[in-house]
Design a protein around this ligand. Structure first.
Ligand SMILES: Nc1ncnc2c1ncn2[C@@H]1O[C@H](COP(=O)(O)OP(=O)(O)OP(=O)(O)O)[C@@H](O)[C@H]1O
Ligand SMILES: [Mg+2]
Length: 228
């Protein structure tokens, strides 16, 4: 199973209407990500990185092609089934962390379990384990406004992993951090991909992501150009 594909784009196309005319952002893009991989998607602003992540995370529907999760086609899937599959399989981290200010770091990490009304004591144990893996367990009882940007982003990563998703999608997770904190976040993602076997796909402008990614791909002309 080592090379089982977790998330895959096949011939993925996306166009948006701009000034009344459709503009092709993605044009027949192919990409497959396996457990333990950390794939960094690089590309200029507007090249379609966020569009790609949103499609792979089932947040949006493609104009053409297919998104497969665990080999299962998802296009045309009923909304509820999509939402369920997304909740179980995909974790998201964004550029600006979206922690809830009135909850502690631990409570924020446990939020997906609260929303799903799952067993809270099991969720707390999992949340503490993730905080420990991210080296922020001592900060569990702190509120977001007392944490640094890097600590908040690591909390957001822990939250994204609580439901044990197979895929972690991160859109500019270090865009708001200085280099030292950015490297710490990338390094933790790399560790987690290895220890938890998560498939990580991150969009970034930061060239130093290359030191932490297992694979770099460039998005241009709506397709992936693989780089060594
Ligand atoms: N909902 C939308 N409606 C119309 N156009 C859109 C929409 N979302 C994205 N676009 C356009 O699609 C193109 C790709 O946008 P996208 O956000 O995917 O780029 P990006 O590579 O993530 O850029 P950045 O590095 O600035 O985040 C842009 O030209 C953008 O204006
Ligand atoms: Mg973007």
């Amino acid at each position: 199973m080592a090379d089982a594909v977790v998330v895959e784009a096949r011939g993925l196309g996306k166009s948006y209407p701009q000034a009344g005319l459709p503009v092709d952002v993605l044009r027949g893009l192919d990409l497959a990500v396996r457990p333990g991989e950390v794939v960094a998607v690089l590309g200029p602003s507007g090249s379609g990185k966020s569009t790609l992540l949103n499609l792979l995370g089932l947040m949006d529907e493609p104009s053409a092609g297919e998104v497969l999760l665990y080999g299962r086609p998802t296009v045309g899937m009923p909304t509820e089934e999509r939402a369920l599959l997304r909740g179980r399989s995909v974790g998201f981290v964004f550029q600006f962390d979206s922690l809830l200010p009135e909850f502690t770091a631990l409570e924020n990490v446990m939020m997906p379990a609260r929303i799903a009304s799952s067993d809270l004591s099991a969720a707390e144990a999992d949340a503490r384990e993730l905080l420990a893996l991210l080296d922020i367990l001592p900060l569990a009882e702190r509120f977001p406004q007392t944490l640094s940007g890097g600590e908040r982003q690591r909390t957001a990563i822990a939250r994204a992993l609580l439901n044990k998703p197979g895929v972690l999608l991160a859109d500019e997770p270090t865009g708001n951090l200085d280099r030292r904190n950015g490297e710490a976040v990338f390094s933790k993602m790399r560790d987690l991909a290895g220890t938890l076997g998560v498939a990580v796909l991150l969009a970034t402008h930061n060239e130093y992501a290359s030191r932490f990614a297992t694979r770099m791909v460039h998005l241009s002309d709506g397709r992936i150009q693989e780089a060594s």
